[in-house]
Write a protein that binds this ligand. Sequence first.
Ligand SMILES: [Zn+2]
Ligand SMILES: [Zn+2]
Length: 262
Amino acid sequence: MPDADRAGPSTLVKAGDTHILVDAGRAVVMRMAGAGSMPGILAAVLVTHLHSDHVCALNDVITTHWVFTQGHATLPIYGPVGTAQFVERQIAALEADIGYRLEHHEALTVGPQVKVTELEPGDEFTVNDVRVSTAATEHSPARPTIGFRLEHEGSVAALVGDTVPCAGVDTLAAGAGAYVQTVIRRDLVKAIPNETFQDILDYHSGVTDAAQTAARARVERLVLTHLVPPPTPDQYPEWIARAAKHFDGEIVIGGDLTTVTI
Ligand SMILES: [Zn+2]
Ligand SMILES: [Zn+2]
Protein backbone atom coordinates (compact mmCIF):
# COMPACT_ATOMS: atom_id res chain seq x y z
CA MET A 1 0.00 0.00 0.00
CA PRO A 2 1.36 3.48 -0.80
CA ASP A 3 3.00 4.87 2.31
CA ALA A 4 5.10 7.99 2.82
CA ASP A 5 7.81 6.04 4.63
CA ARG A 6 7.86 2.80 2.69
CA ALA A 7 9.22 2.14 -0.76
CA GLY A 8 8.00 -0.91 -2.68
CA PRO A 9 9.29 -4.44 -2.09
CA SER A 10 13.01 -4.87 -2.81
CA THR A 11 15.92 -6.37 -0.93
CA LEU A 12 19.59 -5.74 -1.60
CA VAL A 13 22.01 -8.57 -0.86
CA LYS A 14 25.65 -7.61 -0.38
CA ALA A 15 28.01 -10.58 -0.50
CA GLY A 16 31.53 -9.19 -0.30
CA ASP A 17 31.69 -6.73 -3.19
CA THR A 18 28.83 -8.38 -5.03
CA HIS A 19 25.55 -6.47 -4.92
CA ILE A 20 22.41 -8.35 -5.94
CA LEU A 21 18.98 -6.77 -6.00
CA VAL A 22 15.94 -8.95 -5.42
CA ASP A 23 12.85 -7.33 -6.96
CA ALA A 24 12.54 -3.68 -7.90
CA GLY A 25 9.58 -2.07 -6.19
CA ARG A 26 8.57 1.56 -6.09
CA ALA A 27 11.46 3.98 -5.33
CA VAL A 28 14.06 1.23 -5.19
CA VAL A 29 16.81 3.36 -6.71
CA MET A 30 16.40 5.98 -3.96
CA ARG A 31 16.61 3.26 -1.33
CA MET A 32 19.66 1.73 -3.03
CA ALA A 33 21.39 5.09 -2.67
CA GLY A 34 20.46 5.02 1.00
CA ALA A 35 21.91 1.53 1.31
CA GLY A 36 25.24 2.47 -0.22
CA SER A 37 24.59 0.95 -3.60
CA MET A 38 23.70 2.03 -7.13
CA PRO A 39 22.28 0.25 -10.18
CA GLY A 40 25.63 0.73 -11.95
CA ILE A 41 27.40 -1.61 -9.54
CA LEU A 42 24.76 -4.34 -9.45
CA ALA A 43 26.01 -7.81 -10.34
CA ALA A 44 22.44 -8.96 -10.97
CA VAL A 45 18.77 -8.28 -10.49
CA LEU A 46 16.65 -11.25 -9.43
CA VAL A 47 12.90 -11.05 -10.03
CA THR A 48 10.49 -13.23 -8.05
CA HIS A 49 7.42 -12.47 -10.18
CA LEU A 50 5.88 -9.89 -12.43
CA HIS A 51 3.32 -8.28 -10.12
CA SER A 52 3.72 -4.54 -10.65
CA ASP A 53 4.65 -3.77 -7.04
CA HIS A 54 7.76 -5.97 -7.47
CA VAL A 55 8.92 -4.70 -10.86
CA CYS A 56 7.49 -1.21 -11.37
CA ALA A 57 10.87 0.48 -10.77
CA LEU A 58 12.86 -1.90 -12.94
CA ASN A 59 12.81 0.75 -15.68
CA ASP A 60 14.57 3.14 -13.28
CA VAL A 61 17.16 0.48 -12.40
CA ILE A 62 17.78 -0.19 -16.10
CA THR A 63 17.99 3.48 -17.08
CA THR A 64 20.19 4.49 -14.14
CA HIS A 65 22.50 1.51 -14.76
CA TRP A 66 22.76 2.48 -18.42
CA VAL A 67 23.40 6.19 -17.88
CA PHE A 68 25.93 5.72 -15.06
CA THR A 69 27.91 3.04 -16.90
CA GLN A 70 27.63 5.01 -20.17
CA GLY A 71 26.52 1.85 -21.90
CA HIS A 72 29.78 0.03 -21.06
CA ALA A 73 28.21 -2.56 -18.76
CA THR A 74 25.48 -5.14 -19.12
CA LEU A 75 22.87 -5.58 -16.41
CA PRO A 76 22.08 -9.27 -15.81
CA ILE A 77 18.43 -9.83 -14.94
CA TYR A 78 17.09 -13.22 -13.84
CA GLY A 79 13.42 -14.00 -13.43
CA PRO A 80 10.63 -16.42 -14.23
CA VAL A 81 9.34 -17.02 -17.75
CA GLY A 82 7.83 -13.76 -18.97
CA THR A 83 10.66 -11.61 -17.64
CA ALA A 84 12.34 -11.21 -21.04
CA GLN A 85 9.18 -9.85 -22.63
CA PHE A 86 8.57 -7.56 -19.66
CA VAL A 87 12.10 -6.11 -19.88
CA GLU A 88 11.83 -5.76 -23.66
CA ARG A 89 8.61 -3.80 -23.26
CA GLN A 90 10.11 -1.61 -20.54
CA ILE A 91 12.95 -0.70 -22.86
CA ALA A 92 10.46 -0.10 -25.68
CA ALA A 93 8.53 2.28 -23.42
CA LEU A 94 11.76 4.20 -22.82
CA GLU A 95 12.43 4.55 -26.54
CA ALA A 96 12.03 8.34 -26.65
CA ASP A 97 14.39 8.85 -23.69
CA ILE A 98 16.94 6.46 -25.15
CA GLY A 99 16.83 8.37 -28.43
CA TYR A 100 17.29 11.76 -26.75
CA ARG A 101 20.30 10.58 -24.75
CA LEU A 102 21.98 8.86 -27.68
CA GLU A 103 21.56 12.03 -29.73
CA HIS A 104 22.79 14.32 -26.97
CA HIS A 105 25.78 12.42 -25.56
CA GLU A 106 28.48 11.69 -28.08
CA ALA A 107 30.15 9.17 -25.77
CA LEU A 108 26.94 7.20 -25.49
CA THR A 109 26.62 5.00 -28.53
CA VAL A 110 24.35 2.17 -27.40
CA GLY A 111 21.05 1.86 -25.57
CA PRO A 112 20.57 0.00 -22.26
CA GLN A 113 22.51 -3.27 -22.19
CA VAL A 114 20.67 -6.05 -20.38
CA LYS A 115 21.01 -9.80 -20.39
CA VAL A 116 17.82 -11.52 -19.30
CA THR A 117 17.89 -15.13 -18.17
CA GLU A 118 14.53 -16.80 -17.70
CA LEU A 119 14.54 -19.43 -14.99
CA GLU A 120 12.68 -22.64 -14.38
CA PRO A 121 12.12 -23.67 -10.77
CA GLY A 122 15.11 -25.72 -9.62
CA ASP A 123 17.62 -23.86 -11.79
CA GLU A 124 20.93 -23.02 -10.15
CA PHE A 125 23.55 -20.49 -11.22
CA THR A 126 26.26 -18.27 -9.82
CA VAL A 127 26.63 -14.52 -9.68
CA ASN A 128 30.35 -13.91 -9.09
CA ASP A 129 31.00 -16.12 -6.06
CA VAL A 130 27.39 -16.23 -4.90
CA ARG A 131 25.56 -19.50 -5.52
CA VAL A 132 21.88 -19.01 -6.34
CA SER A 133 19.29 -21.75 -6.29
CA THR A 134 15.61 -21.42 -7.13
CA ALA A 135 12.34 -23.16 -6.42
CA ALA A 136 8.72 -22.68 -7.33
CA THR A 137 6.59 -20.65 -4.95
CA GLU A 138 2.78 -20.50 -4.80
CA HIS A 139 1.15 -17.16 -5.55
CA SER A 140 -1.54 -18.25 -8.00
CA PRO A 141 -2.97 -16.77 -10.22
CA ALA A 142 0.37 -14.97 -10.48
CA ARG A 143 2.47 -17.61 -12.18
CA PRO A 144 5.16 -18.61 -12.63
CA THR A 145 6.69 -17.33 -9.40
CA ILE A 146 10.06 -18.29 -7.98
CA GLY A 147 12.06 -17.78 -4.82
CA PHE A 148 15.81 -17.62 -4.33
CA ARG A 149 18.41 -19.05 -1.98
CA LEU A 150 21.73 -17.19 -2.03
CA GLU A 151 24.85 -18.78 -0.55
CA HIS A 152 28.18 -17.06 -0.02
CA GLU A 153 31.07 -18.23 2.14
CA GLY A 154 28.78 -20.32 4.31
CA SER A 155 26.13 -17.64 4.76
CA VAL A 156 22.66 -18.30 3.42
CA ALA A 157 19.79 -15.91 2.67
CA ALA A 158 16.43 -17.06 1.34
CA LEU A 159 14.27 -14.44 -0.37
CA VAL A 160 11.05 -15.92 -1.61
CA GLY A 161 8.75 -13.06 -2.60
CA ASP A 162 4.96 -13.29 -2.39
CA THR A 163 3.82 -16.82 -1.64
CA VAL A 164 1.76 -18.95 0.63
CA PRO A 165 3.70 -21.59 2.59
CA CYS A 166 4.82 -24.38 0.24
CA ALA A 167 7.50 -27.01 -0.29
CA GLY A 168 9.58 -24.66 -2.45
CA VAL A 169 9.85 -22.10 0.33
CA ASP A 170 10.77 -24.79 2.86
CA THR A 171 13.56 -26.01 0.57
CA LEU A 172 14.95 -22.55 -0.08
CA ALA A 173 14.81 -21.48 3.57
CA ALA A 174 16.21 -24.68 5.12
CA GLY A 175 18.77 -23.66 7.75
CA ALA A 176 19.13 -20.13 6.33
CA GLY A 177 20.77 -17.35 8.28
CA ALA A 178 17.97 -15.08 7.10
CA TYR A 179 14.62 -16.01 5.63
CA VAL A 180 13.01 -12.93 4.11
CA GLN A 181 9.26 -13.27 3.67
CA THR A 182 6.68 -10.83 2.35
CA VAL A 183 3.74 -10.83 4.73
CA ILE A 184 0.29 -9.53 5.42
CA ARG A 185 -1.62 -9.32 8.71
CA ARG A 186 -4.68 -11.46 8.04
CA ASP A 187 -6.62 -10.08 11.00
CA LEU A 188 -6.14 -6.47 9.88
CA VAL A 189 -6.75 -7.13 6.18
CA LYS A 190 -10.02 -8.90 7.04
CA ALA A 191 -11.13 -5.78 8.89
CA ILE A 192 -10.71 -3.54 5.84
CA PRO A 193 -14.12 -3.19 4.14
CA ASN A 194 -12.96 -3.55 0.55
CA GLU A 195 -13.87 -6.65 -1.44
CA THR A 196 -10.88 -6.50 -3.79
CA PHE A 197 -8.53 -6.08 -0.86
CA GLN A 198 -9.89 -9.28 0.70
CA ASP A 199 -8.61 -11.15 -2.36
CA ILE A 200 -5.00 -10.77 -1.18
CA LEU A 201 -5.72 -13.13 1.72
CA ASP A 202 -5.50 -16.29 -0.38
CA TYR A 203 -2.09 -15.83 -2.00
CA HIS A 204 0.14 -14.25 0.62
CA SER A 205 1.78 -15.53 3.77
CA GLY A 206 0.37 -14.14 6.97
CA VAL A 207 2.68 -13.39 9.89
CA THR A 208 1.76 -16.72 11.49
CA ASP A 209 2.44 -18.60 8.22
CA ALA A 210 5.86 -17.01 7.90
CA ALA A 211 6.74 -17.81 11.51
CA GLN A 212 5.63 -21.42 11.11
CA THR A 213 7.72 -21.75 7.95
CA ALA A 214 10.71 -20.22 9.79
CA ALA A 215 10.35 -22.75 12.60
CA ARG A 216 9.89 -25.70 10.22
CA ALA A 217 12.91 -24.65 8.14
CA ARG A 218 14.99 -24.03 11.29
CA VAL A 219 16.23 -20.65 10.12
CA GLU A 220 18.28 -18.37 12.35
CA ARG A 221 16.18 -15.29 11.74
CA LEU A 222 12.93 -14.33 10.09
CA VAL A 223 12.79 -11.01 8.30
CA LEU A 224 9.30 -9.71 7.58
CA THR A 225 8.99 -7.36 4.63
CA HIS A 226 6.28 -5.95 2.28
CA LEU A 227 4.13 -5.48 5.39
CA VAL A 228 0.43 -5.07 4.61
CA PRO A 229 -1.16 -3.02 6.00
CA PRO A 230 1.98 -0.99 6.74
CA PRO A 231 2.63 -0.70 10.48
CA THR A 232 4.06 2.32 12.24
CA PRO A 233 7.17 1.54 14.35
CA ASP A 234 5.13 1.57 17.55
CA GLN A 235 3.12 -1.34 16.12
CA TYR A 236 6.22 -3.46 15.41
CA PRO A 237 6.18 -5.22 18.81
CA GLU A 238 2.67 -6.51 18.10
CA TRP A 239 3.79 -7.98 14.74
CA ILE A 240 6.83 -9.55 16.39
CA ALA A 241 4.77 -10.99 19.25
CA ARG A 242 2.45 -12.74 16.77
CA ALA A 243 5.41 -14.34 15.00
CA ALA A 244 7.16 -15.21 18.26
CA LYS A 245 4.26 -17.49 19.22
CA HIS A 246 5.47 -19.89 16.52
CA PHE A 247 9.19 -19.15 16.04
CA ASP A 248 11.80 -18.66 18.75
CA GLY A 249 14.63 -17.32 16.57
CA GLU A 250 15.31 -13.65 15.87
CA ILE A 251 12.43 -11.76 14.24
CA VAL A 252 13.18 -8.59 12.29
CA ILE A 253 10.64 -6.12 10.93
CA GLY A 254 11.99 -4.95 7.61
CA GLY A 255 11.33 -1.25 7.63
CA ASP A 256 13.07 0.61 4.80
CA LEU A 257 16.88 0.38 4.97
CA THR A 258 16.82 -2.26 7.70
CA THR A 259 20.13 -4.12 7.52
CA VAL A 260 20.67 -7.71 8.63
CA THR A 261 24.17 -9.18 8.76
CA ILE A 262 24.51 -12.95 8.43
ZN1 LIG B 1 2.67 -10.57 -5.85
ZN1 LIG C 1 3.67 -8.03 -3.65
